[in-house]
Design a protein around this ligand. Structure first.
Ligand SMILES: Nc1ncnc2c1ncn2[C@@H]1O[C@H](COP(=O)(O)OP(=O)(O)OP(=O)(O)O)[C@@H](O)[C@H]1O
Length: 684
């Protein structure tokens, strides 16, 4: 006797008014408590699928159910006629090849008109440009889960219908076909066939849309938040990563919006659930992101006593500071300007030879402090990644005199840097100290510092399941790249890439992807393939507008804000993103010119990391704003300049991929050089 929830149910529930949702939820609860439906008006429908029933919620609202013996599945809820129409046009049927239970839309007659059938062995028909699937064989399509009824309609589909694939076909088939139509290979999507006797609902592809509810709390949580589908339905790859038992640190990668954070969250909950005594640290880099993780964790663990209590959500810095305070007392951190002043004092006192204070500051920040160098010998052997300037022995000696002086000044004043905090904690762990957590799950791991990676590697030791990292090197915006493996954090062979984008429309994702190469290899040689990512919905084409001056840009964004308002996009769902705070004024002026309500978020591209909005305008993409000339001018080393340039490009990628449905990119002519890449391909 089970009650299952289908993703089509939560989708349809989300479309009802709050009151209607409440009424429907009461009926769903009653069904859970009594699957036989005593006291509910249940009616078997006269549809093609004999398992389909309706349950009366109110005079106008009906729930569509699939009933099989004592098992019920909530499939759809809607107004009377709409619900019946939905039911008439649906069949629940295990896929003949993959074995996964699917909800198949009944094909209309006109959709099969004039199909182009390809017969095995016949000479290859000439590919028609406008029909991407017309030469696919039955077998090819059945292998990836296309229902038999849809073989001909898919072959007859025109390119313009690609965006409807996800609405019409089971997700596994839509994903495969979309990837194929945009240059990928169907072979990469062949589903593992079920074994005879397997329950069609337990197939991984069925589990992305059907979920058995074990208790009433789970049902309540799922119904209370119909928009939070991620809390209930995971992609098979996401699910596999969440539950996987691993022998060492694991990393999940994927381009923006592929659900890495969602996997990290579910992983933390899975670990807590799996072992009743386990304590988990779920961590990220900013307080805003930590708050967002904590909120989502609350949703996932609702009503499951103990899980959230055993899961601590903190920024990694907060967690480290608490640990440091507990072991060594509260640290006083040196500010960047104090360090700058100390270097200036040292050079004014004649140390450092002819090396400039700027060069020395970079050398301190990127090498000496970052790597925790404490003596001249180590300084001589430190890998100078990202630094092209090679220092001769005399220069190195002169530089070290400055750094030694800075270290002494810090010690005299009782000041420490973040790297020193992590360094001391790492030593403490090495000497037998124990972290108060059994598992650490890190989101946004691409921006970990050297000292943090060393600390995490030590904390994990060789323990299985100790460390799970989520991140995208294409979104690295704070750090220069470095090798994790050399610091003891080796994820080689345990890095997995997500390919389904749940956040951004096809159109926005395709445009943003042009900013980055199709694959990025990290410093340990682990390749992150970005090709073959598909989005699950479509939307309007993004727009890039270069204007003559600031005033014209502000009017353009104001007009766009008015358009958003006319489409009922709430101001809280709109973000105006700029490179630096210096451009906030332009964003504010656009809001004022549009007389737009409060709630529109203005943020720098850095602060936008991890956020998402329905509509985003990336403003002030001017030639002298992006890449940031002040930042680049402050860099004295050419190699570092190149990597900093790349992080500026990543920033634009991060900003564009915060948008779900609508994206506008603006700047003043001639515009940022990155816009040429965004435009290549001719979207705008
Ligand atoms: N299985 C899922 N079902 C429905 N929605 C999902 C699923 N997985 C992720 N999402 C949604 O997709 C969006 C992006 O997810 P998430 O923030 O985890 O992506 P990400 O890869 O961490 O993105 P970024 O790299 O930009 O931080 C969120 O709105 C999330 O709720």
């Amino acid at each position: 006797m089970t009650l299952q929830l289908s993703s089509t149910y939560t989708d349809s529930l989300g479309k009802l008014t709050h009151n209607e949702q409440k009424q429907a939820n009461l009926t769903a609860m009653a069904l859970f408590l009594d699957p036989k439906g005593a006291g509910l008006s249940l009616e078997r429908l006269n549809t093609a699928d004999k398992h389909i029933w309706s349950a009366r919620v109110s005079q106008d609202i009906r729930i569509i159910l699939r009933r099989d013996g004592d098992d019920s599945l909530l499939a759809y809820v809607g107004h009377h006629d709409d619900a019946y129409r939905w039911a008439e046009r649906r069949k629940f049927i295990p896929h003949e090849r993959t074995g996964a239970m699917q909800i198949v839309e009944v094909v209309e007659r006109e959709e099969v008109a004039d199909p182009l059938v390809y017969t095995e062995g016949a000479s290859q028909p000439q590919k028609k440009e406008a029909q991407p699937f017309w030469a696919l064989s039955d077998d090819q399509m059945l292998d990836v889960g296309v229902p038999r009824d849809w073989l001909d309609p898919v072959r007859a589909m025109g390119e313009s219908e690609l965006d409807t694939l996800f609405e019409r076909l089971p997700a596994e088939a839509a994903e495969a076909l979309y990837d194929f139509a945009t240059g990928g290979r169907l072979e990469d999507h062949i589903a593992k066939p079920a074994q005879p006797g397997d329950d069609p609902f337990t197939h991984p592809d069925a589990q992305r849309r059907f979920r058995v509810l074990d208790n009433i709390e789970e049902l309540q949580a799922a119904l209370d938040a119909p928009f939070e589908k991620w809390a209930v339905f995971l992609h098979p790859v996401q699910r596999e990563l969440v539950g996987r038992e691993v022998t060492g640190p694991t990393r999940v990668t994927g381009s923006a919006g592929t659900g890495k954070t969602i996997v990290a969250l579910h992983r933390a909950v899975h670990l807590a659930r799996d072992d009743e005594s386990a304590r988990i640290l779920l961590t990220t880099f900013s307080e805003e992101l930590a708050r967002s993780l904590a909120g989502k964790l609350g949703l996932l663990t609702q009503g499951q006593g103990g899980l959230s209590e055993r899961t601590t959500v903190r920024t990694l810095d907060q967690a480290a500071e608490e640990l440091y305070t507990a072991q060594f007392g509260s640290p006083t951190r040196a500010t960047p300007s104090q360090i700058r002043a100390m270097i200036a004092e040292a050079t004014a006192a004649g140390l450092g030879g002819e090396l400039t204070p700027q060069f020395l500051l970079e050398e301190w920040t990127e090498l000496v402090d970052a790597w925790g160098v404490t003596d001249a010998e180590s300084y001589a052997t430190i890998p100078r990644i990202g630094r092209r300037t090679r220092l001769g022995p005399r220069q190195r000696e002169a530089a070290w005199a400055v750094f030694d002086d800075v270290r002494q000044r810090l010690a005299q004043r009782g000041l420490v840097t973040w790297a020193m905090i992590y360094g001391r904690l790492t030593e403490w762990l090495r000497d037998g100290g124990a972290l108060p957590f059994d598992h650490v799950v890190v989101d946004e791991a691409q921006d970990l510092t050297i000292a943090q990676v060393r600390f995490l590697a030590e904390a994990a030791g060789g323990r299985a399941d100790a460390l799970f990292l989520a991140g995208d090197i294409g979104q690295r915006i704070f750090r220069l790249p470095f090798s994790w493996a050399k610091l003891g954090l080796d994820i080689r062979g345990r890095s997995h890439t997500l390919k389904v984008n749940y956040r951004t429309s096809h159109q926005i994702r395709a445009m943003a992807d042009r900013l980055l190469p199709p694959s990025i290899t990290d410093m340990d040689g682990v390749e992150e393939g970005r090709r073959g990512t598909v989005s699950v919905f479509d939307g309007p084409a993004p727009d890039i507008r270069l204007l003559g001056n600031e005033k014209a840009e502000i009017s353009c964004v104001a007009a766009w804000l008015k358009e958003c308002a006319s489409e009922w996009i709430a101001s809280g769902e709109i973000g105006l993103l700029v490179r630096s705070e210096g451009q906030f004024g332009r964003a504010r002026d656009a809001i004022e010119a549009a007389s737009a309500g409060d709630g529109i978020r203005i943020a720098t591209m850095h602060d936008a990391k991890g956020l998402e909005f329905r509509a985003v305008a990336v403003m002030a993409c001017d030639e002298d704003v992006l890449p940031d000339p002040v930042r680049l001018a402050a860099i004295g080393d050419i190699a570092e300049l190149e990597t900093a340039f790349e992080t500026e490009r990543h920033l634009l990628y991060v900003a564009c991929t915060r948008a779900r449905d609508r994206l506008l990119v603006t700047g003043i002519e001639p515009g940022s050089e990155f816009l040429d890449d965004l435009r290549a391909g001719g979207t705008a």
